[in-house]
Write a protein that binds this ligand. Structure first.
Ligand SMILES: [Zn+2]
Length: 194
């Protein structure tokens, strides 16, 4: 089961005021629009706070810059940046229909959220560098994602041997360079089709 909370203490998108405590440095490092004092990170200006769980940085953007953050039900495109036994981490690069995104956000997919079929290990479905299309399940970070929905899954994958983009043919991913054949949780919207 994916553990979720209804209220997250570090939700991006809140308006903060100068001097407001955002977190301690062990949680997120100070970055744009913030400063550090006595091990705490505080807001340098009035703005929208953004916590990035992958870079472990917190930023405060000018309020004029509208903050687009992932919301439940959004469809995102992102890159697989880490693969564990039961969880993959995703760098969210785009929310479909919402542009521009206010910086990068981190999402994660639990193995139980990959497919409607049984998947034992994340490695069976995703590999590092794959570009996926996924649905957002939670409106607070770290964003829980799912590729169980129609049209979701890997939209671009790269060869494990030579890193060439893989082409989809008869349900299999084939490397045109080294002829390697690979499997993924493939989206019907896979970009390279033969
Ligand atoms: Zn190859």
């Amino acid at each position: 089961m994916v553990k979720t909370k209804s209220i997250h203490p570090y939700a991006s998108g809140k308006i903060v005021v100068p001097g407001e405590k955002l977190c301690v440095v062990e949680e997120f490092m100070a970055s744009e629009g913030t400063y550090e004092v006595n091990g705490e990170v505080r807001a340098l200006r009035v703005g929208v706070v953004l916590y990035d769980y992958f870079s472990r940085k917190v930023r405060v953007l000018y309020p004029g810059k509208r903050a687009f953050t992932p919301k439940q039900g959004n469809i995102i495109k992102g890159k697989i940046v880490s693969v564990g036994d039961d969880t993959a981490f995703v760098k969210i690069m785009e929310i479909e229909g919402v542009k521009p995104l206010s910086g990068f956000f981190t999402g994660l997919i639990h193995v139980s959220q990959i497919s409607t079929n049984y998947i034992k290990n994340v490695e069976e479905a995703f590999k590092l560098g794959d570009i996926i299309r996924a649905r957002v399940l939670t409106s607070w970070p770290p964003y829980q994602l799912s590729t169980k929905y129609p049209g979701t899954g890997v939209v671009l994958a790269f060869c494990s041997n030579c890193r060439s983009p893989l082409w989809l043919k008869n349900g299999l991913l084939i490397c045109p360079e080294c002829n390697s054949r690979e499997k993924r949780r493939i989206s019907p919207k896979y970009i390279l089709k033969l």
